[in-house]
Design a protein around this ligand. Structure first.
Ligand code: PDD
Length: 284
């Protein structure tokens, strides 16, 4: 695997970062995960907009401009040929003597790598997956795509140990999102997803689902989802760049709806796959 590190393309085994890097010492950085289908970056503008917002929120000067990011990501994909892939991109505040306050002299560390994107397991899409609810113990700025992910990691691990695929995080009686995914429920045939605010990550996949629903007149509301709404839902889905739209058919060991992926999911999944196909053909 060829990775990108601070302006260089090099084998992963040769890429080195300082032990004083603030990403390593403090988790002081932000990231993006951008899928590429047929070699084309999925919703690149939206991912780079979100990266800019994350960098501004944590006050790291953007190390590359829009054209620079695009050139780098395109070059990195070209150097790692293969099928569908996702690019992981991270920017930290850089290496400096350890002190919580910002260093004056550090320059950001920029790292990117390419990972294969596993096509959705057809068996999982037949049966759906299990999820478990748990308290949202994260901080108050979950809209920033920060590399500081300890609460998300602990939640996901607890879900895995309970035999589930994802944790659905609940805060003040509301279901917010997954440990690494956004949340949708269907009630009375209407899709509902929590509105974007500082409690959750503004997912690029989420936004595309909202856009596709609007474009195809599928009823959708952006309103808070209470824990009661979640438990009464006919369908529950989780979305992310790597999971796409994943149907949840068991919640805390009870079936969701009739325990099978629902019809509204099937409709939205088809629209999503059609969009990907258009991207592969260079039509979006
Ligand atoms: N995570 N919410 C959280 C907390 C996430 O970490 C993610 C994505 C999402 C979905 O966002 P998007 O649709 O833009 O991927 C929602 C990535 C995939 C990760 O950490 O690997």
């Amino acid at each position: 695997m060829i990775v990108y590190l601070n302006g260089h393309y090099l084998p992963e085994s040769e890429a080195r970062v300082s032990v004083l890097d603030r990403g390593f010492l403090f988790g002081d950085g932000v990231y993006e995960v951008v899928p590429a289908y047929g070699g084309r970056l999925f919703r690149l503008e939206q991912h780079l907009d979100r990266l800019d917002r994350s960098l501004a929120a944590v006050r790291i000067m953007p190390p590359l401009d829009r054209a620079g990011w695009t050139r780098m990501l395109t070059e990195l994909l070209a150097r790692n040929p293969g099928g569908d892939r996702s690019v992981y991109l991270q920017v930290t505040r850089g290496a400096a003597r350890r002190d919580h306050a910002f260093p004056e002299d550090a320059s950001p560390t920029v790292f990117a790598m390419v990972n294969p994107l596993q096509p959705g397991d057809p068996a999982l899409l037949e049966t759906g997956v299990a999820a478990v609810t748990m308290p949202d113990t994260r901080w108050a700025r979950c809209d920033i795509k920060a590399i500081t992910l300890l609460a998300n990691i602990l939640a996901r691990q607890q879900a895995v140990e309970a035999g589930a695929t994802e944790a659905i995080l609940v805060r003040a009686g509301r279901a917010i999102e997954g440990a690494a995914s956004n949340l949708f429920v269907v009630g009375d045939g209407v899709i509902v997803t929590p509105p974007k605010d500082q409690s959750l990550l503004p997912g690029i996949t989420r936004d595309l689902v909202v856009e596709l629903a609007e474009a195809h007149n599928v009823p959708l509301m952006e309103t808070p989802v209470t824990e009661a709404d979640l438990r009464a839902a006919e369908e529950i889905w989780l979305t992310s760049s790597t999971k796409e739209i994943l149907p949840v058919t068991r919640l805390d060991d009870r079936p969701v709806g009739d325990g099978r992926p629902g019809p509204v999911w099937a409709r939205m999944m088809k629209l999503y796959q059609d969009y990907k196909q258009q991207l592969r053909e260079g039509r979006v």
